[in-house]
Design a protein around this ligand. Structure first.
Ligand code: MSP
Length: 493
């Protein structure tokens, strides 16, 4: 296997707005990031996996008012829903950042001070449009039929004093960044839109508000507060303790900012420009994934089709949800998600292939009393396959990585059918069982980033302990087999 030169891996999710309870769209980003973080841990990388909540701004302030609660009380109640959700979904984050943490606010102010000292911040007057749900500014020309061009919702007129950040100054530097680091904008098909817009020229951006009090105070002028996106983007740095701290030195720059496509502009343009201005090293990659639709429709509160990930996991099992989300469409593409999609994956792949492989193997192994020993015939091609999976995971191609893993599951099932171990005894049975149990031990390792509970259950039934990628080669089988529950129960379609 390839020797890695960088044993650290820092991956982030967007920080979620706390205006409402989380739905499956939020879970999608975090589950994908979790699988990638776990894969890197399997490799032996030192991983820092960050998620958290974006708590300031107009949208959250309004939501608290509508709920008839104090803002802090309201955000605390939503934050606890996120924490509970990540626990239920088996999310292995290393740190949960809240932008209302005083430490975050302090470091944000420090970095803004630093940017101001470079001369990149100047006072002025903003007149234009603001989309509260997206917390984004738009010009007349950008609006689509008078609505937000991003989400199609209504925009508000804003006329106020503000401080601008000289984004225009960074056009050439950004273009150079994209050119010299072709992996920075990912996946490739999302790079074009950013390149076109940056090539067209950049306007300075408003970075303070005078009408929003639920925000970080602007250190240069007490009348102003910091625009929520500036405060939010900085979470990726403040969560490590800020520049100069040992955790920051260890993990920064971020290896991947995993985000949804609708917030690519903030991450691929404004964020690197802010970092360039503050003299902070740039992240290695911004990966913008696609959007989930539900039965072909956009998920929204008004349509009442926002899916609760906890209820869904209770219905189909958590790992069926995690698997379907990552197997239904490539991470970079839009795709549809439905009950039918889960049912089909659950019945045809998880129960019929993986579950069946385990239960058939265990049933035969339990009857076999002698030793389990053999020659590793199911190891043929495995090393190359794992190297391929590893490369796919480097590209965040969870979709094809899972396809490869399941091709191996299928191959192992075929091996059972061809060898008919139920007809065998003695050393020929031992030979087949050896291959099946070692294959299952390795399959458990390979699926563990995607379906951690299932991997644990396989290990329990074959008596193996948790492994890493280094353990993905056939060796002496040392486990003690013990029948357990079916991995997955089929559902009626
Ligand atoms: N707070 C900002 C992000 C700041 S990051 C410095 C934000 N929050 S959000 O809660 O509105 O959305 C966060 C992420 O949720 C989106 O980027 C996207 O990754 C994910 N999704 C929300 N709905 C989604 C779908 N329907 N489908 C896929 N992902 C979606 O934006």
């Amino acid at each position: 296997m390839q020797v890695r030169t960088l044993p650290k891996f820092y991956i982030t999710t967007p920080i979620y707005y706390v205006n409402d309870r989380p739905h499956i769209g939020h879970a999608y980003t975090t589950i994908a990031a979790d699988a990638i973080a776990r894969w890197h841990r399997l490799r032996g990388d030192e991983v820092f996996f960050l998620t958290g909540t974006d708590e300031h701004g107009e949208k959250v302030e309004h939501a608290a008012k509508n709920a008839g609660k104090g803002t802090k009380e309201f955000v605390d109640s939503i934050v606890s829903k996120y924490i509970e959700l990540w626990k239920t979904l088996n999310i292995s984050y290393d740190y949960f950042i809240r932008t209302s943490d005083p430490e975050h606010e302090r470091i944000v102010q420090q970095i803004i001070d630093k940017i101001a000292k470079t001369g990149d911040i100047y006072p002025g007057f903003y007149e234009g449009w603001y989309c509260v749900p997206d917390e984004s500014f738009w010009t007349d020309l950008q609006l689509k039929e008078g609505k937000c061009p991003e989400c199609g919702r209504k925009v508000e007129k804003v006329k106020e004093e503000t401080y601008f950040f000289k984004l225009s100054k960074y056009q050439d530097k950004l273009l150079k960044l994209y050119k010299q680091n072709p992996g920075f904008l990912a996946p490739k098909h999302r790079a074009k839109e950013i390149l076109n817009r940056v090539n067209d020229g950049l306007k300075d951006v408003s970075i303070t508000r005078t009408t929003i009090s639920w925000a970080v105070k602007f250190p240069i002028d007490a009348k102003h507060t910091i625009y929520v996106w500036v405060d939010a983007l900085l979470n990726y740095v403040t969560a490590l303790g800020g520049p100069g701290t040992s955790n920051f030195n260890k993990f920064w720059p971020a290896d991947v900012h995993l985000i949804g496509k609708e917030i690519n502009w903030f991450h691929s343009v404004i964020w690197p420009a802010m970092l360039l201005s503050a003299g902070i090293e740039l992240p290695k990659q911004v990966f913008a994934h696609g959007w989930l639709t539900i039965n072909g429709q956009k998920m929204s509160k008004s349509l009442g089709n926002a899916i609760d990930p906890i209820a869904l996991s209770e219905k189909y099992s958590l790992d069926a949800v995690r698997y379907t989300l990552l197997r239904e469409m490539p991470l970079g593409d839009d795709g549809d998600f439905s009950d039918n999609a889960i049912k089909t994956r659950l019945n045809n792949e998880l129960a019929a292939e993986l579950g069946n492989l385990l239960s058939r193997t265990i049933a035969i192994a339990e009857k076999h009393k002698g030793e389990i020993k053999g020659t590793p015939s199911l190891e043929a091609g495995l090393k190359t396959r794992i190297e391929k999976i590893d490369k796919l995971m480097d590209k965040l191609d969870t979709f094809n990585a899972l396809a490869e893993i399941f091709a191996y599951v299928k191959l192992t099932n075929k091996y059972i059918n061809e060898n008919e171990p139920w007809k065998l005894q003695g050393s020929s049975l031992s030979e087949v069982l050896y291959n099946l149990l070692e294959a299952l031990r390795i399959i458990a390792i390979l699926i563990s980033p995607f379906m951690p509970d299932t991997a644990k259950e396989i290990n329990k039934q074959i008596g193996a302990s948790e492994g890493t990628l280094k353990d993905c080669r056939f060796r002496e089988f040392k486990g003690k087999v013990k029948k357990g529950d079916y991995l997955f129960k089929k559902v009626i379609t």
